[in-house]
Design a protein around this ligand. Sequence first.
Ligand code: NAG
Ligand code: NAG
Ligand code: NAG
Ligand code: NAG
Length: 373
Amino acid sequence: MNPRKNKLSLMLLLLMVAVLVSAGGCDCKTVQFIFGDSLSDVGNNDKLSKSLAKANLPWYGIDFGNGMPNGRFCNGRTVSDIIGDKMGLPRPPAFLDPALDEDTILEKGVNFASGGGGILNETGGYFIQRFSLWKQIELFRGTQELIRQKIGANESEKFFQGAKYVVALGSNDFINNYLVPVYSDSWKYNDQGFIEYLMTTLGQQLKVLHKLGARELMVFGLGPMGCIPLQRVMSQSGECLEKTNKLALGFNVAGKQLLSELSSGLPNASFKFADAYDVVNDVITNPSNYGFENSDSPCCSFGNIRPALTCVPASTLCKDRSKYVFWDEYHPSDAANEIIAKELIRKFGFKNVNETETEPPTQAPAVAPSPDN
Ligand SMILES: *[C@@H]1O[C@H](CO)[C@@H](O)[C@H](O)[C@H]1NC(C)=O
Ligand SMILES: *[C@@H]1O[C@H](CO)[C@@H](O)[C@H](O)[C@H]1NC(C)=O
Ligand SMILES: *[C@@H]1O[C@H](CO)[C@@H](O)[C@H](O)[C@H]1NC(C)=O
Ligand SMILES: *[C@@H]1O[C@H](CO)[C@@H](O)[C@H](O)[C@H]1NC(C)=O
């Protein structure tokens, strides 16, 4: 054998491998980019100095990690935490996490969710500082620019097209905007008009995300938000506010329609609407079927000064946190989030990314609940 020839063929082989790698894709990890409100926030608002919506004091986080507040508006995990864990995906850090750098983004993705944020820019104004969905998308653009500089345009495109996207907002657009008479949206629109306004805006936002590379994307629907403790105290009897629940149902019907149009209209898009309304409603109506003892008041509350003060250090906690559907006035407990996440996992057939495929079962998902309150 001619050693020179050997060397040549080795070089050829290496060259071929190099070509294959650059053509076949990127060695990037599958990560998640999460856009949302307080149901998905993992610490952004804690870093917004002027925000009035923060989960930075006990007893937030009491059932998570070391038990210290971590920015989640919950005693434990969010729905996105639980679904991501099940899929074997790393938990994306908060955009404002001081440790966030390009390597971390490539390993874990980013969570842009911000308590008080909405689909609409004007939502949640009285929290002073929060990231609206438009703002979160703007921050995502900046993130893409950083990654492009780090790994180049082609690899970057593959990385962002291979990622998974979660968009979970909408409840604040009702609870902290439309339903509050100080906001002009409450008198400019009627129910259907407001839902259409939200859908038009959300449709534009999702198209921008698609343009930026999102291909596999899930929008969470709304839960029975008229049943959150904060809404119940507004009725004489402590019952759920049916008017508010009707808005959530209207949002879900329109959202499902929007997502199915986008999914079939945008190239290579697999956009889904994840609705868990029915399960959450059933949990609230029949708590004992699911092992809960209370589905109408917060586990963490400050005596009778409800709902002005929610969970604060001086609050008292319920005896068994796993028996309460609601953690505070707005947010479900870790135990309730687990039921919501399991329902969505069941409906969409999410699998661990290490298993071969993550395609959902073929039957269309039924109308279900959703994790936003
Ligand atoms: C998936 O596979 C990767 C690489 O083999 C491994 O590092 C990771 O821990 C696996 N994840 C799960 C949830 O099994
Ligand atoms: C919403 O806010 C973004 C900045 O976050 C801005 O670019 C956009 O023009 C605003 N949209 C509307 C409709 O006000
Ligand atoms: C990026 O991809 C384009 C088209 O696929 C190709 O022409 C170009 O050479 C690639 N650039 C780099 C830096 O690999
Ligand atoms: C859609 O997927 C095909 C096959 O992977 C690819 O060639 C095409 O560029 C994609 N189009 C868009 C807009 O992503």
